[in-house]
Design a protein around this ligand. Structure first.
Ligand SMILES: Cc1cc2nc3c(=O)[nH]c(=O)nc-3n(C[C@H](O)[C@H](O)[C@H](O)COP(=O)(O)OP(=O)(O)OC[C@H]3O[C@@H](n4cnc5c(N)ncnc54)[C@H](O)[C@@H]3O)c2cc1C
Length: 420
């Protein structure tokens, strides 16, 4: 097993985690990333359930995450005038987390932490500014020959692992499909950015407000003292495609996207004017369509997908944990079948399927809770939230508002023997 040569594509969460665990089975790992450096952007991602288990198996990671936690005390839904309907707090128990995770961390910080745990390992090499151009596998059981886009020498690998996110181009190359094949749209979109002003006046309570037509915006604290903001356009899941204009604006770049989002949120009440102003002035706007990736199989020949590239979860909030779990299970299964890569890949698929199915479940109430379309729907959602906060029923809160993560607290990952 120690002679395996593995190419990992993408250096965000899944990629560096896969590198960590592949190094543990003695494989030689090359991680390539399209961007010229590690990407620092993104807002809070939370680590839950199986993600917590993997984190605790990586010495030093939990302490590093705890040292980088975003100072969030709770989340509140607010009226037009900023008055709160109630505050939902973290549960204080990593085994029974609420809507607010015990491990809320900026995506860029989490990526940096896992990269830091792997970058000096003698078996791991990172190459930035590179992408896969083609993958050829001549014999069924032979290595894959990979050509690169930006000058890296064509090389053979025993396994190519796509960790390049929900819109993975490597997935399309490796599975021989289109980039949008196997994507299940949610008919909604989201943009994230850092504000230049503190719109929360020092509060560590995340504040969220809804306006009719599924316009939902959230402002939260961030360690530097300014805020992280999220603006979402949530549309009925089975309604007509309402994301095309967003897709086009996003493709054109930040200026077009800012113009589109500003127009969309015009007159949305509460602090919408200040939020729009900060969005326009931001220099780290990141926009993405909310999608789920549903592959009939996670691997083909010497090619396999991990993280969002294989099973993006969309709005359930479990994508980061699933990516951590997937990277661990893939390396564990391959290590368990040292002379049979195909059996390792099959084991990975078998272990991951139930987890993916569970974590991709979007409870029927979630779209209505996140983005009520009418003023009446907003009123109802806010008052249910107020009642739950008032009655202090944390389990009910999590069940109604916590999405798929509410059902997965008891997930147990397989244990593996690690050679190195
Ligand atoms: C910049 C950024 C900001 C994000 N912000 C948030 C957020 O605020 N909240 C949230 O819940 N989720 C966010 N996400 C998504 C979140 O990180 C993932 O849902 C989850 O953590 C699973 O991670 P992943 O590693 O599978 O995929 P991703 O985090 O999407 O990472 C994919 C990586 O692959 C790289 N890549 C893409 N195409 C190629 C290619 N062809 N060749 C080589 N490399 C490639 C990307 O640059 C990226 O580094 C963000 C992702 C990114 C990239």
């Amino acid at each position: 097993m120690s002679n395996l040569r593995i190419l990992v594509v993408g250096a965000s969460i899944a990629g560096p985690t896969a590198a960590y665990w592949f190094a543990k089975i003695g494989a030689k790992v090359t991680v390539i990333e399209r961007f010229p450096q590690l990407r620092s952007g993104g807002q809070n991602v939370d680590i839950r359930t199986a993600g917590v288990s993997v984190m605790r198996k990586m010495p030093g990671m939990e302490d590093a995450v705890r040292a980088s936690l975003v100072p969030v005390e709770g989340i509140s839904l607010v009226r037009e005038d900023g008055q709160s309907y109630g505050i939902m707090k973290a549960s204080g128990d990593s085994e029974q987390q609420s809507l607010i995770s015990e491990y809320e961390v900026l995506r860029g910080d989490l990526s940096r932490i896992i990269y830091g745990l792997t970058k000096d390992h003698p078996n791991v090499e990172y190459a930035f500014g590179e992408q896969v151009a083609s993958i050829h596998q001549e014999q069924d059981d032979g290595p894959a020959r990979v050509e690169f886009m930006n000058g890296r020498t064509t090389s053979e690998y025993d396994l190519v692992v796509a960790c390049d996110g929900a819109a993975s181009r490597t997935r399309a190359i490796g599975l021989g499909c289109g980039v949008r094949d196997h994507i299940s749209p949610i008919n909604s979109w989201v943009v994230y950015f850092t504000t230049k002003e503190d719109l929360l006046n020092g509060s560590q309570i995340v504040q969220a407000h809804s306006a009719p037509a599924g316009r939902f915006f959230v402002v939260g604290p961030e360690p530097s003292g300014n805020n992280r903001a999220v603006m979402m356009g949530i549309n009925p899941r089975n309604g007509p495609d309402a994301v095309q204009a967003f897709r086009e604006a996003n493709k054109l770049g930040p200026t077009a996207l800012k113009k589109y989002v500003a127009q969309y949120f015009k007159g949305a009440g509460w602090k919408s004017e200040a939020i729009i102003r900060n969005m326009i002035e931001s220099d780290d706007l990141y926009g993405s369509e909310m999608i789920q990736v549903k592959l009939p199989t996670l691997h083909r020949g010497r090619f396999v997908t991990v993280g969002d590239a294989g099973y993006a979860t969309g709005p359930t909030g479990t994508g980061t944990s699933l990516a951590l779990a997937g990277a661990y299970v893939l390396a564990g299964e391959i290590g368990k079948h040292p002379h049979d890569l195909a059996a390792g890949l099959k084991g990975y698929e078998q272990q991951m399927r139930p987890l993916i199915d569970e974590m991709q479940k979007i409870p029927p109430l979630v779209p209505a809770i996140m983005g009520p379309q009418s003023a009446w729907g907003i009123w109802l959602r806010n008052n249910v939230f107020a009642f739950i906060c008032w009655s202090n029923l944390p389990k009910l809160m999590h069940k109604l508002f916590g999405g798929a993560s509410a059902h997965t607290n008891d997930i147990r990952l397989p244990e593996y023997k690690w050679a190195a």
